[in-house]
Design a protein around this ligand. Structure first.
Ligand code: MLT
Length: 268
């Protein structure tokens, strides 16, 4: 059963989905979705584990700005992850994220490594944006400001899905997650991603167990990005999901959930 609630944290209200009971795994969603993208995993929580998926600030039902955090940044989003853990009285957790969620998980590790017991990095990369990537972010920022979030959905959906790209139900669910977000929340995340630091130097210092997962057909953060992540971390394993695209947890829900469960069972 998936529970839904809004936590009153030290950084304001944060909506979370929550399933299972036991050791905690926090799952941070991709841009520009919300916590509901993790429902396929929340429906398959292994015994002894609890999966918690927050709406990142400005997405879903979590308001866009925290009082003390006017500049959007990965560090601000990572502070929110810690605030969720504090509100739930969780001392340490495995923290996982897909794409932007992975950038946030890496920032959470940089901010408070003592609060993490493992990392899951799905369809993501450690590097900062290239100059070309930043220029594309500026175009997306202008697009969302002028034409709204549905224009972002039109542009992104073909790049997000692999094997389920022709599944009307799944495409509709992804579109409705994107269109449920505010222009402000989406634009703030574009700026936070554009200005994020390079997390690569942190990787060689990581002594945590790390699961790297990627969809074989991921066009946004291709396999080579995950291979570099795996090579640069000492206690890591790489799982490649055949047929899956960027949202590999949605394209291959069972294989993704099994990879998570195997990693948790054998490393934690
Ligand atoms: C995501 O899926 O979170 C985005 O593709 C990340 C990005 O644009 O860098």
């Amino acid at each position: 059963m998936i529970r839904e609630r809004t936590l009153e944290t030290s950084r304001g209200p944060i909506r979370c989905l929550d399933a299972g009971a036991g050791w905690p795994l926090l799952l941070i969603h991709a841009f520009p979705l919300n916590a509901d993208m993790w429902r396929p995993q929340l429906e398959r929580v292994p015994d002894g584990w609890r999966y918690i998926a927050p709406d990142v600030r400005g997405f879903g039902s979590t308001p866009a700005a925290a009082a003390d955090d006017d500049e959007p940044s990965m560090e601000g989003y990572a502070a929110d992850v810690q605030a969720v853990m504090d509100a739930l009285e969780i001392e340490t957790a495995v923290v996982g994220g897909l794409s932007m969620g992975g950038y946030i998980a890496l920032a959470a590790n940089r901010r408070s490594p003592e609060r993490l017991s493992g990392l899951v990095l799905a369809d993501t990369r450690s590097e900062a944006d290239t100059p070309e990537g930043r220029a594309n972010r500026m175009k997306m920022s202008a697009l969302v400001r002028s034409e709204g979030v549905s224009a972002v959905a039109d542009q992104m959906i073909p790049k997000l899905l692999g094997s389920s790209r022709d599944d009307k139900t799944i495409v509709g669910q992804v579109r409705s997650m994107i269109e449920g977000n505010s222009v402000d929340g989406v634009d703030r995340a574009i700026h936070a991603m554009m200005n994020r630091p390079d997390s690569t130097p942190d990787l060689s210092r990581l002594s945590l167990p790390v699961l790297v997962i990627v969809g074989e057909e991921d066009a946004l953060t291709p396999l080579a990005d995950s291979e570099r992540l795996q090579r640069r971390t000492s206690r890591s394993q790489l799982v490649v999901l055949p047929g899956a695209g960027h949202l590999s947890n949605i394209d291959a829900p069972e294989a993704f959930s099994t990879a998570l469960a195997n990693f948790l069972a054998s490393n934690l």
